[in-house]
Write a new protein. Structure first.
Lengths: 194, 194
């Protein structure tokens, strides 16, 4: 399956939508990208994981950490398939038991590759890298399926991290317009709000 | 790898420990079983997933749902490896966006197999089955790696669910004692508090 076909599949399954949306940051957007439902479509889920594996082939790391929840599912599948040690950063800290925000076994100084699904401004990703660094892990690279072209790449770079994205919103808009899936008006509206 | 070897590996990697512990329920225990760190050991993680696949071979279901976080990593790996549609039940509901507690695509009436890692009383599992049923999914079976022998099986049965466990604490204690990994005193203390 090509990247073009992956974009068409994500659109066909409503994981990429056009219309008026408000992002987490409060900013308006005309394009919605959310791959959470992909876990329910085995061949699509496999294709997504395989796209990550491709870009991961050129990155140096000792382990991977998936950001809950979608990217955690993806990281788990890749960790299983490629025999890569994994860590898990909770969204919340348990009230009982070992009360760890970071689960898994590692040694200080090891390089942890972060797996995210969609990056916007990068703010939540930077929160995650801070947690990893507080645990004396090294973070140099971050992988994401979709870069929303909203400064995430630059924000990561400013903090010293390299962002590897499989696709960005401009590419998605171009493919969907070229394949007659969206109107010229959708394209214009979506690009205007990037 | 045999189930015995899996138990020895979990013990060697401190995922099964003996001593004085307090469980989530407030109850005292002399045996601690927590497989969260297994995600960091690729061959162990694979072996755990394969043990689930074995018991899943005799169960009828349309999709699987992993309970965050350890079992979600396991369910994701199995879903990827065996091409099984997956759902994901969040621990918390997002404040923005689609605000779903259950993520994924499904049709009402489909049978969802629950994947848990360790079952104690079954209380948190029953909370999860209620969420799935409120979403008009059917739940008949639940898989877990470890049954703590604390009434979970009976509680699930009372609610109409069948629990499939890969191992229970009695088996674990027996294997570790037979292999000279724990003392007679550890065995006695652990069994006394089951």
């Amino acid at each position: 399956m090509s990247k073009k076909q992956l974009i068409l599949d994500l659109f066909a399954k409503d994981m990429i939508k056009f219309g008026e949306f408000t992002l987490k940051s409060g900013k308006k957007s005309y394009i919605y990208a959310d791959i959470r439902t992909s876990i329910s479509y085995p061949s699509l889920f496999k294709q997504i994981c395989n796209e990550y594996s491709k870009i991961m082939a050129n990155i140096q790391y000792d382990m991977i950490c998936g950001v809950p929840y979608s990217a955690l599912a993806i990281a788990s599948a890749i960790a299983y398939d490629k025999s890569i040690p994994m860590l898990l950063k909770r969204k919340e800290v348990k009230e009982y038991g070992t009360k760890k925000i970071l689960e898994g076994y590692y040694n200080p100084g090891q390089n942890c590759l972060l797996i995210e699904d969609v990056i916007s401004t990068g703010a939540s990703l930077i929160e995650t890298t801070i947690v990893l660094e507080e645990h004396r892990l090294k973070v140099t690279d971050v992988c994401t399926l979709i870069d929303r072209n909203q400064g995430g790449r630059e924000a990561m770079q400013q903090h010293g991290y390299k962002l590897h994205s499989i696709m960005n919103l401009t590419e998605i808009i171009d493919v969907l317009y070229a394949e007659n899936k969206i109107s010229a008006n959708d394209k214009k509206n979506a690009l205007a709000l990037l």
